[in-house]
Design a protein around this ligand. Structure first.
Ligand code: GLU
Ligand code: ZN
Length: 289
């Protein structure tokens, strides 16, 4: 089977249990299908980046016995690829400049899946303003559908539910939605396994894939780890870093969270014997959703 998966952490802090679950889920799904597993550092937003976090994440993966295939890629080295894709979309006349402020947008919008739905204020702007401006892509209201391995059929009407979305921010940064699509295609990713917080981004990504002539990978969105207040574990909610001195326990906890049932004695063994067990016994139909 041709299987190429990936783990794509943002280096905004050390690996926490939530990101470990995404790493372990994508790794096990790839390895149990004799696939490859790539690691990509999503470091486009240098303001949010914590110096040293990328190295620390990679060291943690290593300490946990997780072996990636090929070279690690960094999005910050790849802006020319995003620029090329943007040019293609520009030549299709789908891109327009937007100078609306956050406040203007929230004052004039209804709330959508992820904040205010951009009402299309600047849609018909034909000139490129001299002031800083974002670049948005025109969307449409035909349903974009995909079948998530765990969550089943998903459908979204982009214009109504999300609005024309930003591909390049007014500070010049390329948006995650564009970068992830270009990278998944350029790295020939066939299977995307990631947290369900990204489920509602997937139709935007499929829209861009279709326009750019890229294949759509298979998607599997994993349940999100929350803290006792019901918040997603993240840097903002002060999630604790993974303690690698206790790596085996962390791995066991991660696969249990994913519905797997490692035998009690697995904890007496080594990280290597854990992975041997896990590769053989991974059952995605056990993942809660
Ligand atoms: N970099 C994203 C994150 O850390 C993940 C992107 C993806 O898996 O598509 O949330
Ligand atoms: Zn605008």
């Amino acid at each position: 089977m041709n299987y190429r998966g990936r783990f794509a952490p943002s280096p905004t802090g050390p690996l926490h249990f939530g990101s470990l679950v995404a790493a372990v889920g994508s790794y096990l799904d790839a390895k149990s299908n004799r696939g490859e597993w790539l690691v990509r550092i999503e470091d486009l937003d240098r303001q949010r980046e914590v110096p040293g976090a990328a190295t620390e994440i990679l060291k943690t993966l290593e300490r946990l016995g997780m072996e990636w295939d090929g070279e690690i890629v960094h999005q910050s080295d790849r802006t020319h690829l995003y620029q090329d894709a943007l040019h293609v979309l520009q030549s299709m006349e789908l891109i327009y400049p937007c100078t609306c402020s956050r406040k203007e947008i929230s004052d004039s919008s209804i709330m959508g899946l992820q904040g205010p739905v951009y009402p299309g204020t600047c849609r018909d702007t034909r000139y490129f303003p001299s002031e800083a401006h974002a670049l948005r892509i025109r969307t449409h209201d035909d349903a974009i559908e995909f079948k998530d391995v765990l969550e089943g059929l998903h459908s979204q009407r982009l214009q109504r539910e999300v609005g024309d979305f930003v591909l390049r921010r007014s500070d010049g940064l390329f948006a995650y939605q564009l970068a992830v699509v270009v990278d998944d295609a350029q790295q020939h990713i066939t299977h995307v396994v990631r947290g369900a917080d990204l489920l509602s981004s997937t139709p935007r990504q499929i829209y861009l894939q279709q326009l750019l002539g890229y294949p759509t990978p298979q998607y599997m969105h994993l349940p999100i780890v929350t803290n006792e207040r019901g918040e997603k574990l993240s840097k903002q909610t002060h999630a604790a870093p993974i303690d690698v001195s206790d790596g085996l326990q962390q791995l066991v906890d991660a696969v249990r969270f994913l519905g797997q049932a490692p035998p009690a004695e697995i904890i007496e063994g080594t990280i290597a014997s854990f992975w041997q067990w896990a590769f053989k016994n991974w059952q995605k139909n056990r993942i809660p959703h």
